[in-house]
Design a protein around this ligand. Structure first.
Ligand code: IMP
Ligand code: MG
Length: 192
């Protein structure tokens, strides 16, 4: 088991099976992704669109790793009932502030799991006629994918674990943990 290097988070860390990604590992990968994006979008003034709230830490670090002129916007979607989720329905709580027609868009996600959320959001963004639309995801869970699409900028592949920290939550908790850990199954299934 990777040891969480950062002390003082015992009340959160006690619910973790193990550390999945340390702060340093996340920072190194984020820096690489920022470098790639800076090279690919030079002269294009892209808009990086984050999907709240899970993306908050990744977005904050990623945009600071991008060295070219760019703009930031956010969308927020509600968590859905299992029934709605199965139909791929997502409720948009906050839409973009910026118009994106003819703009280069990088959509930034925390985790892509089934792909249903992203599929819905991409359809909505495509309908507005952006010049280009690419995906950047910190974590990819390929085993549970129902709808697939190319992920141009990918942080890490994740086996079928439920992870928290670095913005990712379980029932709104753990977002402030500075690294990413695998949640204990008994917490996940509410047996504690
Ligand atoms: P999808 O529609 O199944 O792709 O769901 C993706 C969304 O579910 C992500 O944007 C996350 O908000 C959430 N999610 C999926 N897996 C995890 C996880 O392991 N930890 C925390 N949130 C997750
Ligand atoms: Mg999300």
């Amino acid at each position: 088991m990777k040891k969480p290097i950062i002390a003082g988070y015992d009340l959160l860390a006690k619910d973790l099976l193990e550390t999945f990604l340390t702060t340093e590992e996340i920072a190194a990968r984020t820096s690489d992704l920022g470098e790639q994006i800076s090279a690919d979008y030079s002269g294009k003034n892209p808009i990086m669109v984050g999907a709240l709230k899970g993306v908050m830490c990744f977005m904050a670090d990623l945009v600071r790793a991008v060295t070219i002129p760019m703009e930031v916007d956010f969308m927020a979607v509600s968590s859905y009932s299992s029934e709605e989720r199965d139909r791929g329905v997502v409720r948009v709580i906050k839409d973009l502030d910026l118009p994106i027609t003819d703009r280069h868009i990088i959509f930034v996600e925390d985790v892509i799991d089934t792909g249903l959320t992203l599929n819905y959001l991409l359809r909505s963004l495509r309908a507005r006629g952006p010049a280009s639309l690419e995906i950047c995801a910190l974590l990819n869970k390929p085993t549970r994918r129902l709808i697939d699409f190319p992920i141009r900028y990918k942080g890490f592949d994740l086996p079928d674990y439920f992870v928290v920290g670095y913005g990712l939550d379980y029932a709104e908790k753990y977002r402030n943990l500075p690294y990413i850990g695998i949640l204990k199954p008994d917490i996940l299934f509410g047996q504690h």
